[in-house]
Design a protein around this ligand. Structure first.
Ligand code: PEP
Ligand code: MG
Length: 757
């Protein structure tokens, strides 16, 4: 047997001629089985193609001709069906010993003992199967299988061009890729969405598999390798990757693969066999995928992802198909599929068409997740091997509420989902009616309902929801979505635009809360500072006070942006009152400077703090005389009170916001603030949930800053509450907590017809 490359090349040269000939498709396939059979010295060679969901014997050399277009097998049925179902190769010296073996008398195959078959794959779906059989029982050699696989790749092109198989969208998916599949991930952003799967980095479509000029193809691959290595080296040189830790590990692995001689040699060999550069890269990747499938080692699986990425990168370079899906524009309702995404990359997508994001990685505090939440797009993460399970164009249902992703949902499931989406929309329309209704409780208490924001576009939500203002403007978003530290002018412009758009509604700007888990690539060497517990590390004001330049710039930008208007500024992660003083001093310095410059100043400045570090609650008597307002950040407060990392999914459900510990703590803060003119509110996620909001109002909170989507539901809730009644009940529960505060509150609300779900 000659080498695999030579065997394949001899077949490919002949196939090339067949493909170029003017005969009809059936005649071509008849010729193809002869060529393969002769070249591999095989008594039988058959091609099965997918028609109406069944694998139909389309051409054969060696089996009964009467079986052609008669023998049909379902996906998963018999050896041929198994190959298609699993898109994998079978190599058996005794076919009948395989558990899936099925005998079809019309083929006359009983005399053939050995059997090998490879899937014919297009766009990662089996569209047919190529088999060879021998009378004598023998296993096929690796070189023979290699040649078969290469030929199958070329056949895929021929078959597709001849329109011989079911249309791309028919149910011809194989095995793991067929039918409905429900995946459980980590819920990162709540919400419902359904759309067609679009890969952030689309897979390259290979249009031509057989090379016209092997040397030219070799040159193309050389050039592509050079370019890819250059890209990887540039990445290594960038600050983002130069900081050690996880990034560095990833990039080192990339580098190792990019310079791997074995990889480039295998691609070259595939080119020797007569394939184009694109087909050769894909062929090698197919082979690697298959090898990896046989080794079930999670570490290797991770490396496989890296290699897939790199292989795809190489393919995109060589084919010139470079853009991400964003650059090509979304065609309809879309669920975006990616390993991971940067926040800026997400922002490039058309928000109206983006119905969900599903990631292989991702965590609650990932920047992209923060941005997606602001965009109102549901996100589910931590779905390993996602890109192996879903196909471009698959229908995908994203349920951020239950953290499930349903691939290719059955019609009934889809209908039920659409009903839920419809109900949600209807509910939203109901809430929209409350837009201009002021949220007064039944007993006439006005509850201030504000929104949390961070992106320029968020301001539009003020008008849409009828919220009272922006109770938390997370200024770090601008930093997170920028490739470098935003210049002062850019900051000023943003703050001015936000205030302008907000009109006479109040906006509370929080100075940057970066560092720790929200580290910035361009500040990474400083912000990581080797923190083992980033949430409790060098972040937010702690960082800003040390990096005074950063805070000074932001102070100037805020003061200038608010010229002629009231400026509300709030500092995050204040743990002791002196930190507030120090931050305010920075603002004062900038204010003096502007005054000297005779610049227009804000009409008033109100300074406030986030109360999210428990220690601050112990010094309220010292703090209150200094500040105008306090905003309780229950997200961080909860993690610090319970010593439970808010980003750790294993702890996500463990502690309840409605626990006596939290509620008593909040009550004590409110009692300690009583009588002071300081305005106190809550801006954590807790306030956006109805049951929790009911509890907060019961404690005495009168200002909530919440995610925009929650404004309607909370306004509706407010109008059903009698604050005296809930306060009385709450006092009783705080004094003597029931076994489950949540259940008790739910019961209490239900008795009064208050919907808290
Ligand atoms: C909080 O901690 O509750 C808060 C609102 O701030 P962030 O979620 O941005 O930390
Ligand atoms: Mg916080």
């Amino acid at each position: 047997m000659p080498g695999a490359a030579a065997a394949a090349r001899s077949i490919l040269t002949q196939l090339h001629e067949v493909m170029a000939a003017r005969s009809n498709a059936q005649a071509k396939l008849n010729r193809v089985v002869d060529i393969i059979g002769e070249s591999l010295d095989s008594e039988v060679c058959s091609i099965y193609l997918l028609r109406e969901g069944m694998l139909e014997l389309y051409a054969t050399r060696g089996l009964e001709q009467g079986a052609v277009h008669v023998t049909r097998l379902g996906i998963g049925e018999g050896l041929t069906g198994t190959i298609a179902a699993n898109t994998e190769t079978l190599n058996l010296d005794e076919a009948a010993t395989h558990p899936e073996f099925q005998y079809r008398p019309e083929t006359g195959e009983e005399k053939f003992h050995s059997f090998a078959g490879v899937p014919i794959v297009r766009r990662e779906r089996a569209i047919g199967v190529l088999t060879v059989q021998h009378v004598e029982p023998r296993r096929y050699e690796d070189v023979e299988l290699e040649a078969l696989q290469t030929v199958a790749m070329v056949l895929a092109e021929l078959i597709h061009n001849a329109g011989l198989v079911d249309g791309e969208d028919l149910g011809q998916r194989s095995g793991a890729q067929s039918g409905q599949q429900v995946l459980q991930g980590l819920g990162l952003v709540k919400g419902l969405g359904v759309g067609k799967a679009v890969f952030h980095q689309p897979r390259v479509t290979i249009e031509q598999t057989v090379a016209e000029d092997t040397e030219a193809e070799r040159q193309r691959v050389y050039l592509a390798f050079d370019k890819m290595r250059e890209q990887i080296d540039t990445m290594t040189g960038q600050a983002e990757f130069g900081m050690g830790g996880e990034h560095e590990e990833v990039i080192e692995t990339y580098k190792m693969f990019a310079y791997d001689e074995g990889w480039s040699r295998r691609i070259n060999e595939a080119i020797d066999s007569g394939l184009t550069a694109e087909a050769a890269i894909e062929r090698v990747q197919q082979r690697t995928r298959q090898r990896m499938r046989e080794i079930s080692d999670p570490l290797l699986a991770d490396r496989m992802h890296d290699l897939e990425d790199l292989s795809n990168r190489l393919l995109r370079i060589v084919s010139g198909q470079l853009g991400t899906a964003a650059s090509m524009g979304l065609q309809g309702d879309t669920v975006l599929i990616a390993k991971n995404l940067g926040p800026a990359e997400l922002l490039e997508y058309d928000k109206r068409r983006l119905k969900g994001v599903v990631l292989e990685e991702g965590s609650l505090t990932a920047h992209v997740v923060i941005v997606a939440r602001a965009m109102g797009v549901p996100v589910i993460g931590r779905l390993r091997n996602l890109r192996g399970l879903v196909r471009e164009g698959d229908e995908v249902m994203v349920d951020g509420d239950s953290a499930t992703v349903t691939l290719r949902p059955a019609q009934g499931v889809l209908d039920a989902f659409e009903t839920r989406v419809g109900r949600k929309k209807q509910q939203l329309a109901e809430y929209a009616k409350l837009r201009d209704v002021e949220p007064f409780t039944r007993d006439g208490e006005r509850i201030e309902v504000m929104i949390n924001a961070g992106l320029r576009d968020d301001v539009a939500m003020l008008a849409m929801t009828g919220a009272d203002g922006i109770g938390l403007y997370r200024t770090e978003f601008q930093f997170l979505v920028s490739a470098q530290l935003p210049q002062r002018e850019r900051q000023t412009r943003l703050y001015r635009d936000v205030l302008e758009a907000a009109g006479d509604k109040r906006v509370i700007f929080r100075t940057v809360d970066i560092g720790g888990d929200k580290s910035l690539p361009y500040l990474s060497s400083e912000t990581s500072k080797g923190d083992e517990n980033p949430a409790m590390g060098w972040r937010a004001l702690r960082l800003a006070l040390e990096r005074e330049g950063l805070l000074k710039v932001q102070a100037r930008a805020l003061l200038e942006g608010a010229a002629g208007r009231e400026l509300n500024v709030m500092f995050p992660m204040v743990s002791e009152p002196w930190e507030f003083d120090a931050a305010k001093e920075v603002f004062k310095g900038q204010l003096d400077f502007l005054r000297k410059q005779r610049k227009k100043l804000p009409s008033a400045i109100r300074y406030g703090v986030m109360l999210e570090v428990p220690s601050l609650a112990e010094t309220l008597d010292l703090l209150l005389p200094r500040v105008s307002f306090i905003s309780i950040g229950t997200n961080d407060l909860t993690q610090f009170l319970f010593a439970a990392d808010r980003a750790n999914p294993a702890l996500a459900e463990r502690y309840d916001w409605l626990s006596p510990a939290i509620l008593r703590f909040l009550k004590r803060v409110l009692v300690n603030c009583a009588g002071s003119p300081v305005d106190i509110g809550v801006c954590g996620e807790m306030g956006g949930r109805r049951l929790e909001a009911l509890a907060l109002i019961g404690l005495g909170i009168r200002r909530l800053s919440i995610t925009p989507a929650a404004v309607g539901p909370i306004k509706e809730l407010v109008r059903k509450i009698d604050t005296r009644e809930i306060a009385l009940a709450m006092n009783g529960w705080l004094a003597s907590p029931p076994p489950s505060m949540r259940a008790t509150l739910q019961e209490w609300a239900a008795e009064r017809g208050i919907d808290v779900e």
